[in-house]
Design a protein around this ligand. Structure first.
Ligand SMILES: Cc1cc2nc3c(=O)[nH]c(=O)nc-3n(C[C@H](O)[C@H](O)[C@H](O)COP(=O)(O)OP(=O)(O)OC[C@H]3O[C@@H](n4cnc5c(N)ncnc54)[C@H](O)[C@@H]3O)c2cc1C
Ligand SMILES: *[C@@H]1O[C@H](CO)[C@@H](O)[C@H](O)[C@H]1NC(C)=O
Ligand SMILES: *[C@@H]1O[C@H](CO)[C@@H](O)[C@H](O)[C@H]1NC(C)=O
Ligand SMILES: *[C@@H]1O[C@H](CO)[C@@H](O)[C@H](O)[C@H]1NC(C)=O
Ligand SMILES: *[C@@H]1O[C@H](CO)[C@@H](O)[C@H](O)[C@H]1NC(C)=O
Ligand SMILES: *[C@@H]1O[C@H](CO)[C@@H](O)[C@H](O)[C@H]1NC(C)=O
Ligand SMILES: *[C@@H]1O[C@H](CO)[C@@H](O)[C@H](O)[C@H]1NC(C)=O
Ligand SMILES: *[C@@H]1O[C@H](CO)[C@@H](O)[C@H](O)[C@H]1NC(C)=O
Ligand SMILES: *[C@@H]1O[C@H](CO)[C@@H](O)[C@H](O)[C@H]1NC(C)=O
Length: 605
């Protein structure tokens, strides 16, 4: 994907009018709002849009990043262009990790969305909820049944509107309508363009049905098996929390203000309430400016700055581990030692296989080997949003567990339970990799391996008291025997898949990097060498301000209110105690919908 040509095609695509969208804090006359939402990301926009449904409630959203309709906006809209919207694009924070010990001390890029919609504007649009057991475990840890699968299910549906693929295909065999919403804001569909490998993937589910059974819908609560991959897209265009929630609200309502290009630099204590420090003020500033402006929340502050931003802001505000704060020159106010700890993320590694030169893969576009192919595809997408650009290059996904007699499980099962995946495989009709240098020519198919139930735990800590300095991010990837062992198992499983009859005569052999693995006599050591060399993050950092029902544990309580203080709630990926065993955006939308209702109930709004 890295060689994709940049295109500037904004023209007819954008140009919507905004309500109260501000680009500088000095433009805003109001200093007090009922709610201040920090971060116009995936969760933050759900909260802002739902709370502002009541015209008597005023909401300010503060977003560090840029507009989603400006420069290079087409990269946020075209499904196949998603990789152009992340690292080193105008829409990314461009974080990096500290050297990863288990990955030969590599420093990894660590994308996060820096734009209205947050990471939902820049992610790869995969739409998976996780399993029934993931959420039942969440409910148990938090001691609140609102997080069970059954109780979240209506909120998963509320967030989405299933739409049929843009190519007009009959998708009856691709999803189960009873588990999807039909009236929600986020458009969800299976791929806009079928690919030449889809039928081979489906044949493999028949030929090797014991290991790779077909699953009609991976979003039913039981994701195990191989199914069609739903994406957050409709009509051939990405659907983000900006397009689905924020913009429609902003364009229609007077009680919602949005401030972009502006960071929350800290939350400020405004006294005490019920014997606890109260935080009702949000201090904001713009890069390069020494001016700080303070806004007040009458009811509460909702922190939705994501798994990196939310703990960073708490720590900048004196909320966290006292001694660590003192070390960077911040006065501790509230002791919550788990702030920024418990970072969990999904590692990913790819494998590629060589296919015949006349195979109609999408490589000419994604490897940039045929500029004309891109121009033709772009013209088609511009005309009516169809064709290869309306797909993500991968139309199926599979979730799996290691066998129950595997020695990896000798110390117990670290996943949420029997419906939760240990690992994931997905297939693409192109050379796809998060780490390898793309070849200059050729035709490929690829599959990815993702570890869904990791036991490694990392952290986000402050490097400086400067709110404009990046925090220290350590996902601590593959630091446990379980994590490494499941990755090895996943690679062996992927190789069994691609060696099925369905691929015979089509897959000619491995790409050069994985030659040693492809051999039937490949050892675990060969596989581990490969994993250490090519693994990166799939960019699902979460759990850095975890909810916990027990007093003295976690960072937020069952209602996602920050413990040991008054006035601040966190709603984003950081509050999950465990990662969902899937791509997390659908789960984050669901939790944000559920919490919006909780907040409305608390204030009778
Ligand atoms: C490249 C990439 C690919 C991904 N692919 C997928 C996928 O295919 N499917 C999937 O389900 N998930 C995917 N994910 C993960 C998923 O997108 C995220 O987990 C999810 O969107 C996070 O939601 P959030 O609300 O926690 O945070 P975000 O959506 O990241 O929102 C946080 C917001 O807060 C803002 N912010 C941060 N700090 C401050 C501050 N100090 N002041 C003001 N604003 C601030 C940020 O700019 C951002 O807009 C991907 C992520 C990335 C980055
Ligand atoms: C990330 O890098 C890109 C490309 O240099 C830049 O446009 C963008 O502003 C950077 N993001 C941040 C938060 O600085
Ligand atoms: C789609 O296919 C199903 C069978 O798979 C069929 O029952 C249904 O009528 C078809 N729908 C349309 C609109 O053609
Ligand atoms: C800001 O204040 C003005 C004047 O009091 C008011 O009309 C407007 O609705 C306020 N905006 C919000 C979002 O509260
Ligand atoms: C979309 O546009 C392309 C190229 O302009 C054309 O070939 C195709 O038939 C159109 N498809 C639809 C559904 O209109
Ligand atoms: C997928 O896109 C290609 C390229 O535009 C086109 O040839 C093919 O017909 C499309 N498939 C469907 C089912 O529309
Ligand atoms: C687990 O069970 C399967 C099927 O019964 C068997 O083939 C395999 O050898 C067993 N593996 C171990 C590690 O016992
Ligand atoms: C932390 O700050 C120091 C001093 O400014 C800098 O050299 C280092 O690169 C920073 N570390 C990270 C992870 O950003
Ligand atoms: C695997 O088999 C190949 C020949 O098929 C041989 O060259 C290689 O040395 C073997 N590797 C191991 C680790 O046994």
């Amino acid at each position: 994907m890295t060689r994709l040509l940049h295109t500037t095609l904004i023209c007819a695509l954008v140009g919507s009018t905004f309500g109260a969208l501000f680009t500088d804090p000095s433009q805003i006359k109001n200093t007090t709002y009922d709610f201040i939402v920090v971060g116009a990301g995936t969760a933050g926009n759900v909260i802002a849009a739902r709370l502002s449904e009541n015209p008597s409630v005023s909401v300010l959203v503060v977003e560090a990043g840029v507009s989603n309709t400006g420069f290079k906006a087409e990269n946020l809209m075209i499904p196949l262009f998603a990789p152009l919207a992340s690292v080193n694009s105008p829409f990314d924070w461009n974080y990096t990790t500290v050297p990863q010990k288990a990955l030969n001390n590599q420093i990894l890029p660590y994308s996060r969305g820096y734009v209205l919609g947050g990471s939902s504007s820049t992610n790869f649009i995969t739409w998976t909820r996780g399993s029934r057991d993931d959420f039942d475990r969440f409910a148990k840890v938090v001691g609140d049944t609102s997080y069970t699968w059954n109780n979240l299910f209506p909120y998963f549906k509320k967030s989405e509107k299933w739409v049929h693929p843009v190519d007009g295909r009959n998708d009856t065999q691709e999803y189960n309508p009873t588990v999807h919403g039909t009236t929600g804001p986020v458009l969800v569909s299976t791929s806009g363009n079928v690919s030449i490998i889809d039928s081979r993937v489906l044949q493999t589910t028949q030929q090797l049905s014991a290991e790779f059974p077909f699953n009609l819908d991976v979003n039913s609560g039981n994701p195990l098996g191989v199914g069609w991959l739903p994406s957050a897209a409709g009509g051939g265009i990405r659907s983000s929390s900006a397009t689905a929630y924020l913009m429609p609200a902003l364009n229609a309502r007077k009680n919602l203000d949005v401030l972009i290009h502006t960071r929350a630099t800290k939350l400020v204590q405004t006294g005490t309430a019920n014997g606890l420090p109260q935080f009702r003020n949000v201090e904001v500033g713009q890069l390069g400016s020494s001016t700080r402006v303070t806004f007040q929340a009458r009811k509460e502050i909702v922190l939705s700055a994501g798994a990196i931003g939310s703990p960073q802001i708490l720590m900048l505000s004196g909320i966290g581990n006292g001694p660590s704060l003192v070390k960077v020159g911040i006065k501790p106010i509230v002791s919550l030692p788990e702030v920024g700890q418990n970072l969990q993320d999904h590692p990913i590694v790819g494998l590629q296989y060589v296919v015949p030169d006349d195979a109609n893969t999408i490589d000419p576009i994604t490897l940039g080997t045929d500029p004309n192919a891109l121009n033709v595809a772009l013209a088609q997408w511009t005309a009516n949003r169809t064709g290869v650009l309306s797909s993500t290059g991968g139309n199926h996904i599979g979730f799996f567990r290691v066998p129950s007699n595997s020695s990896l499980l000798k110390n117990g099962d670290p996943s949420g339970g029997p419906t939760s995946a240990h690992f994931e495989l997905a297939w693409q009709d192109e050379f796809a990799s998060v780490s390898q240098t793309p070849p200059a020519s050729g035709r490929y198919v690829s599959n990815i391996q993702v570890l869904n139930s990791p036991t490694s735990r990392g952290s986000v800590t402050l490097n400086s008291s400067d709110p404009f300095a990046n925090p220290i991010i350590d996902p601590n990837f593959l630091s446990t025997d379980w994590d490494l062992g499941v990755m090895v198992y996943a690679i062996r499983s992927a190789l069994r898949f691609i060696k099925a009859q369905a691929w015979s005569g089509f897959v000619l052999g491995p790409f050069v990097d994985s030659a040693a693995l492809f051999a039937d006599n490949a050892t675990d050591a060969d596989i581990i060498t490969y994993i250490r060399k090519w693994t990166q993050s799939i960019k699902h950092p979460m759990c850095t301000a975890p909810a916990n029902g027990a007093s003295g544990k976690g960072v937020v309580d069952a209602n996602l209110l920050v413990k040991n203080l008054n006035g601040v709630r966190i709603v984003d990926g950081s509050v999950f105690p465990f990662l969902p065993s899937a791509h997390p955006q659908a789960a984050i939308y669901g939790i944000a919908e559920m919490t919006s209702d909780k907040i409305k109930k608390v204030y009778g709004i």
